[in-house]
Design a protein around this ligand. Structure first.
Ligand code: ADP
Length: 620
């Protein structure tokens, strides 16, 4: 007897003691595994000449034995070797179980099934013992795995002759709360298959008897094999006849997600290219989405037969979060990956799919903003990267899908909405960046814009500013960071402030020399109450400096300008010091610069020095 791994054991305890109330789903899980196993075998046969499989022979078979209280699910798919039986059924994938633990501590009674691919184990919710006999097509050896779910499992040789897997469940005895016997009834099996597994593309067969025969022999004579599923895949069914629940169930089962999709796009395209497909926008952001593990792609079928599990050519990167299936009679069955890539049909479908997704997102944005915001929250970053990548090549396609927080509307808005509200005298589109909406809202540079009632977009994502710089301008309005010297906020008194700066040139130069990191120090009228702020010359802002330096070893510096509020008492003080005490002026310059950096969310390089200067001032 071999022992289960600790995590598996924990999960099994939960299964056996079944925190999950809907026990029916075990059948769906086992049938889905069987279907996957058949897919795998068939898929292999398309590229491996040694494997001869006829599509019409592929099937799932269900049988029951009331006397022995067993329910058997059999498939003629890929099967498992001895090692695979141990690996697949003896352990639960690590990342899944770890996560499961965390989740489970957070909230009890969650729907763990499916979420972490623990499907097979659901068999123990209804069984005292589970027997798995399996043989692969490559080997003559077959093995039987048996477990009662608690004390580990055994593996022995079996004399199974055909490739595939047969799972036999010894059902639990009925109790006061639960009736397990009904899983032995034909009508119940039929009902469950229709409810949960109708979309399976292989026939699910069962030997059905006409119930009015009691005698065993008579029964056998009057039995016939019935196909329990409709064999019409859901994507080929009439849209109007599919209930939302059916789509949701199909999605959750097929893509192992436990949250319902946020949006469903069912396509029946005829014309230049003919295909059926269903696209789903997931209801949550999978934890692997921004990892290397994540693979984009849609399932590809040719006339109901799976030919590729994740066809990445069907989705552009910026829509990589979309899941779904595509089925076209125009695609050849025995097509290799390479020729598929060059297939004109595939390219046409991809183009079409992209347009459908884009249209649907636009439609949601215009007509169901709350739903769109939810989707945008999950996947908006991907759209922004989409604009930034390829040097803004795709910006025309994507820029209208972007949402940003607006300082005046206090909610997410589009660029179009922003422009439609622009003040008459306002020439540019303004944005400010920072860690959070609150922090941005407190930036000194933003104050004047608020004062003038100019709307400012608050950007909190790392990629945001890169995206904005890739867009450059929208409807002929330049998109400008409020901290940039290109921001035309204070043009009215331009000459006046220029004169002040020329008059004080020597003092400002002295200050500049004292602060090594700035390219300029000057008086400004863009501030209202704050004494200082940092602005930048050129394309790299302080926010981008932070991001770029986190990404690469090479130091990249924004060209910073320390601006001093000419209306603040500090301006007078500095002028006084320039006349009376230049050493103090130098020290104060450092403090002012440090303050401006801190306000920007930047670190300071000489905190001890600054601290002692400030202490000296306080001590006086
Ligand atoms: P999941 O299906 O989500 O991966 P399961 O616990 O249901 O998780 O199954 C674990 C693994 O066992 C599967 O990934 C598959 O490799 C294997 N397996 C399960 N059932 C079968 C089957 N009927 N035929 C072949 N392999 C199977």
């Amino acid at each position: 007897m071999k022992q289960f791994k600790t995590e598996t054991k924990k999960l099994l305890d939960l299964m056996v003691n079944s925190i999950y109330t809907n026990k029916d789903i075990f059948l769906r899980e086992l049938i889905s595994n069987a279907s996957d196993a058949i897919d795998k075998l068939y898929y292999r046969s398309l590229t491996d000449k040694n494997i001869k499989v006829k599509h019409k022979d592929l099937e799932i078979f269900i049988s029951t034995d009331k006397e022995k209280r067993t329910l058997t699910i059999s498939d003629n798919g890929c099967g498992m070797t001895k090692e695979e039986l141990e690996d697949n059924l003896g352990t639960i994938c690590k990342s899944g179980s770890e996560l499961f633990k965390e989740e489970n501590e957070k909230k009890k009674n969650i729907d763990i099934i499916g979420q972490f691919g623990v499907g097979f184990y659901s068999a123990f919710m209804v069984s005292d013992e589970v027997k798995v006999e399996s043989k692969t097509i490559d080997s003559d050896e077959a093995y039987t795995w048996i477990s009662n779910g608690m004390n580990g499992y055994t593996i022995e040789k079996s004399n199974k002759k055909e490739n595939g897997t047969t799972i036999t469940l010894k059902l639990k005895e009925d109790s006061e709360e639960e009736n397990y016997s009904h899983y032995l009834e034909e009508y119940e099996i039929k009902h469950l298959i229709k409810k949960y597994s109708d979309y399976i593309t292989y026939p699910i067969k069962m030997l059905c008897t006409h119930t009015h025969y009691n005698d065993k022999k008579e029964k056998e004579e009057h039995s016939e094999i019935e196909v329990l599923n409709s064999l019409i895949p859901i994507w080929k069914k009439n849209k109007n006849k599919i209930k939302e629940e059916e789509y949701d169930n199909f999605y959750m089962e097929k893509f192992s997600d436990y949250t319902k999709p946020d949006d469903i796009i069912h396509i029946n395209a005829e014309g230049v290219v003919t295909y059926d497909g269903i696209l789903f926008i997931p209801g949550s952001n999978p934890y692997t989405y921004y990892t290397k593990e994540f693979e984009k792609g849609l399932q590809l079928y040719s006339n109901g037969v799976l030919i590729m599990d994740k066809c990445s050519d069907l989705l552009p990167d910026y829509f990589s979060f979309v899941k779904g299936v595509i089925d076209s009679p125009d695609l050849k069955l025995n097509i290799s990956r390479e020729t598929l890539q060059q297939s004109k049909v595939l390219r046409l479908i991809a183009k079409n799919v992209e347009n459908k997704i884009k249209k649907e997102l636009e439609n949601l944005k215009d007509n169901n903003r709350s739903k769109y915001e939810k989707i945008y929250n999950n996947f908006g970053v991907q759209l922004k990267y989409g604009i930034y990548n390829n040097f803004g090549l795709d910006k025309d396609k994507l820029q209208d899908l972007l949402l940003f927080y607006s300082s005046t509307e206090k909610k997410m808005v589009t660029l179009k909405e922003y422009v439609s509200r622009m003040k008459e005298d306002q020439e540019q589109i303004y944005y400010a960046t920072g860690e959070s909406i609150d922090k941005i809202d407190m930036l000194p540079q933003v104050e004047m814009f608020k004062e003038k009632n100019y709307e400012v977009l608050y950007l909190t994502d790392v990629v945001d500013e890169f995206t904005m710089q890739s867009i450059v301008e929208y409807e002929n309005k330049k998109i400008i960071n409020v901290s940039s010297n290109e921001a035309k906020i204070s043009d009215e008194n331009k000459e006046e402030i220029e004169k002040i700066n020329t008059d004080n040139k020597e003092m400002l130069d002295l200050m500049k020399n004292e602060i090594e990191q700035v390219s300029d120090v000057k008086f400004t009228n863009r501030l209202k109450n704050h004494p200082v702020c940092l602005t930048n010359e050129g394309a790299i802002s302080t926010g981008m400096e932070k991001t770029l330096n986190a990404l690469s070893k090479e130091k990249i510096n924004a060209k910073l300008v320390l601006e001093i509020n000419e209306n603040h008492p500090i301006a007078k003080k500095l002028q006084e010091l320039y006349k009376e005490d230049k050493d103090k002026l130098k020290q104060y310059s450092k403090v002012l610069y440090a303050q401006a950096r801190l306000i920007e969310g930047l670190t300071i390089e000489n905190p001890t020095e600054i601290s002692s200067i400030i202490c000296n001032i306080i001590a006086k």
